[in-house]
Design a binder for this molecule. Structure first.
Ligand code: FE
Ligand code: FE
Ligand code: FE
Length: 169
């Protein structure tokens, strides 16, 4: 039998939380490797700073799980696995070249864009489910992901892309 609409949305919301919880944990492990691979200090520092923010994002998700009386649990997210895998390829293939920072920034932006897509939806669903406190927490994280994306875009434009062009020169 079909679920009622609220039940369906609640299930989707919980599944979405598990998906992004899994993703954030993977990102926590990936960011230090990316910071180490960067040749530009500013890029490296941006990854380090976002790793610290990500710890807080995991805590926010734990709070939202608690609001649903659920234990925080992840569910494999094939999308983030793939995006991080692509980042690893960049690290291997462009190691020691002038293009490494531009490649890393692009890989990190793909991560942020995935997160932004998910958090935007989760915010909307939290509001739909009449969970304003959860929506607030999710929005705080969404804002951090957007700000990180903007910082990365700036780093790419100001410097990293120019260095990557050197290779062709
Ligand atoms: Fe995040
Ligand atoms: Fe996913
Ligand atoms: Fe992020």
């Amino acid at each position: 039998m079909a679920k009622t609409s609220t039940q369906g949305l609640q299930d989707l919301f919980l599944d979405g939380l598990k998906d992004i919880f899994y993703a954030e944990k993977k990102i926590l492990k990936a960011l230090p490797k990316m910071a180490k691979s960067a040749s530009d200090t500013a890029v490296s520092e941006a990854f380090e700073k976002h790793r610290e923010q990500t710890e807080g994002q995991v805590e926010r998700l734990e709070e939202v799980f608690a609001m649903l009386d659920k234990a925080p649990r992840g569910k494999t997210c094939p999308a983030i696995d793939g995006i991080i895998e692509e980042g690893s390829e960049i690290m291997e293939e462009y190691k020691g070249t002038p293009a490494i920072d531009a490649g890393l920034v692009a890989a990190a932006q793909a991560v942020e864009h995935y997160e932004m897509a998910r958090y935007r939806t989760l915010c909307a669903w939290a509001e739909e489910l009449d969970m304003p406190e959860a929506a607030k927490l999710l929005k705080a994280t969404l804002d951090e992901e957007s700000a990180t994306d903007a910082t990365l875009a700036q780093l790419a434009e100001s410097d990293a892309n120019q260095r990557a062009l050197q290779k062709a020169a």
